[in-house]
Design a protein. Sequence first.
Length: 278
Amino acid sequence: MAETNLLGSFLRDRRSRLDPASFGLSGRRRTPGLRREEVAQRANISPTWYTWLEQGRGGAPSAEVLNRIAKGLMLTEPEREHLFMLGLGRPPEVRFRSTDGISPRLQRLLDTLEVSPALVRTAAWDIVAWNRAATIVMTDYNRLAPGDRNVLRLLFVNPAVRAHQHDWEAMARFVVGAFRADAARAGATSEIAGLVEELCSTSPEFKALWRENEVTAHGEGTKRLKHPILGDIELEYSGFAVDGRPDLNLVIYNPIDLTVADDIRRLVRSNVDLDNQA
């Protein structure tokens, strides 16, 4: 017969995996892991209420209770998300966290895309990873200080980036709307406050767009650039979530024209050092 109390089963399983000795608990035990009352104490909830949860009684728990239990059971982030899906039928609210980079495995994936510029950005639109094609076609992020590797700073403050956009006004409006949506989705509203204040003071155009409160999606579309060597080019792009990292987004650009793809490959394989920012 299939298990009907999936939440209780998951809680019991994770409770049994914890080593009492690591929490300074001793004494003989009939079953492995922590006792229910010990988990309840660690989660700062009623032992009776926790027992009811394992038994499938008492109704749905609150998000606060699930967060306390996740902390008490020392759940990983995927386990915490699974706990919320079982208890509330939805994932937990995203917890924004800043990052200085990506895993070597993801970087190797970017590097395999020879003719497709690819980058990874945070919910605050900081660029934290890129491939060789991105430095050739988009911007040589290696030359920028980490604080300058932000899409909005480049678009609104850097004249070279503005000059390489085919339609800067349309691009700027789109980026501001997508940036607003991404930050809210990732729970990073307070984290971007400083950047927004900075851009409002340095760019009247950003300030006007920000006040319009438009929201857009950055899933897929096309991007047109004025490249110093390749000329006017058009790229299709798609955005992908990075599994286990809801604060990161992978964006891959593909040249529509096969001739442009061949030209990008030639530049990537050469030692050309472009001083372009697009």
